[in-house]
Ligand binder design. Structure first.
Ligand code: 3HC
Length: 284
């Protein structure tokens, strides 16, 4: 079994930059690839800012912070991923764009390399089928904020081999994460349970059960959740939740997964949550 030493990450958004930062902090050499130079710059700046905070809180020395950033090579050229033992894709949730990238990676990478997707809801096997190595393709699903959340879902398709899953479990543990097994079905384990809960919170709010503030307070103080459902919806993104819910409803035809009327209208109004300043709450 070839050791994973060099990690590639595609996409420098919230998830991609979080994964790159986590891998570099764990001591891996990282290549962070993003086609959009401005997005790459934003991702690099957000990793630096997160590490600066860790230094300010004396959780890391300045030398360690510099070493972590020094292990991340940022690039806009996919060919720079060539020597990676694993590549984790965290780009836009669009099957056609992801499939094209998987084909490119398959042609570029060494035979032993594993290709993973951080998709939260798309079919992993559809991406694997675009490659000549479906046995070495899996889902590796991280949670936001990646450097903080301990869980990683290791998603096996009907083609992923047990050896690949073993390698990914060992890799996730080296990242300091706790891996769990999940099947290649929309939402995997966590979103399969979390998304219906978030959608139901919107439904009871629509029904006038309580104010969103009181629903949030109830779930935080009554259940010990770090965020209430509306705070979490804004944190995850209403557009993202809507997208996942649509895919889950399409697959399972379970009414619990159907996007509520209000969610659709908020997305149509461009209220995506924290990412653009307005969701259920105002961040301006
Ligand atoms: N990057 C790095 N570190 C971060 C961070 C970030 N974006 N955000 C917070 N942190 C760190 C802080 O620096 C702090 O570190 P410290 O303990 O060393 O001081 C620690 O996390 C706690 O942060 P804060 O004190 O600022 O704030 P909170 O105590 O309120 O915690 C939170 C913030 C960790 C986001 C907490 O509110 C939480 O756990 N919320 C729930 C998050 C959640 O459910 N995520 C999963 C979403 S679902 C998903 O991702 C799946 C996808 O497919 C949709």
């Amino acid at each position: 079994m070839t050791e994973i030493a060099r990690v590639g990450v595609c996409g420098a958004g919230l998830m991609g930059s979080g994964i790159a930062q986590t891998a570099a902090t764990a001591g891996f050499e990282v290549v962070l690839m993003e086609v959009d130079a401005a997005a790459l710059q934003r991702g690099t700046a957000s990793m630096a800012a997160a590490l600066d905070k860790a230094v300010a809180k004396q959780r890391m020395t300045q030398t360690e912070r510099d070493a972590v950033l020094g292990r991340i090579a940022a690039t806009t050229d996919v060919k720079d991923l060539k020597n990676c033992d694993i590549v984790i894709e965290a780009i836009v949730e669009n099957v056609a764009i992801k499939t094209a990238l998987f084909k490119q990676l398959d042609d570029l990478l060494a035979a032993h390399a594993v290709i993973c997707t951080n998709t939260s809801s798309l079919c992993v096997i559809e991406l694997a089928a675009a490659t000549k190595r479906p046995d070495r393709v899996a889902g590796l699903h991280f949670f936001n904020p990646v450097p903080v959340m301990k869980l990683v879902e290791v998603v096996r398709t009907i083609a992923t081999t047990p050896e690949t899953i073993d390698r990914l479990f060992a890799f996730a543990q080296k990242l300091g994460k706790e891996p769990i097994h999940a099947k290649d079905t929309p939402g995997f384990v966590v979103n399969r349970l979390l998304v219906p809960y978030l959608l139901y919170a919107i439904r009871v709010y629509e029904d006038g059960l309580a104010s969103k503030e009181d629903i949030d307070k109830g779930m935080k103080l009554g259940c010990g959740y770090p965020m209430g459902p509306f705070e979490l919806l804004d944190f995850v993104g209403l557009d993202t939740t809507y997208f996942i819910a649509q895919i889950m409803f399409d697959e399972f035809k379970d009414p619990m997964m159907a996007p509520p009327t209000l969610l659709k209208r908020m997305v149509l109004a461009g209220r995506y949550g924290r990412k653009n300043g307005k969701g259920f709450y105002d961040y301006a």
